[in-house]
Design a protein around this ligand. Structure first.
Ligand SMILES: [Zn+2]
Length: 53
């Protein structure tokens, strides 16, 4: 049985897949969305900084 290296979720959970790094699909998706969120956040911060100049 495999465990996710990030959340330690066992592979017995239905629909759970692991990438080559041993990270489960849930963690991959949450990481993907949090990265995209950070990207949006950075753009917003940049816009705010530019408007201050
Ligand atoms: Zn996980």
């Amino acid at each position: 049985m495999k465990y996710c290296k990030n959340c330690l979720e066992p592979s017995t959970r239905p629909g759970t897949e692991f990438n080559s790094n041993g990270i489960c699909s849930t963690c991959i998706y949450s990481e993907y969305f949090s990265k995209n969120y950070d990207e949006q956040d950075r753009i917003e911060i940049l816009k705010q900084q530019m408007s201050l100049i």
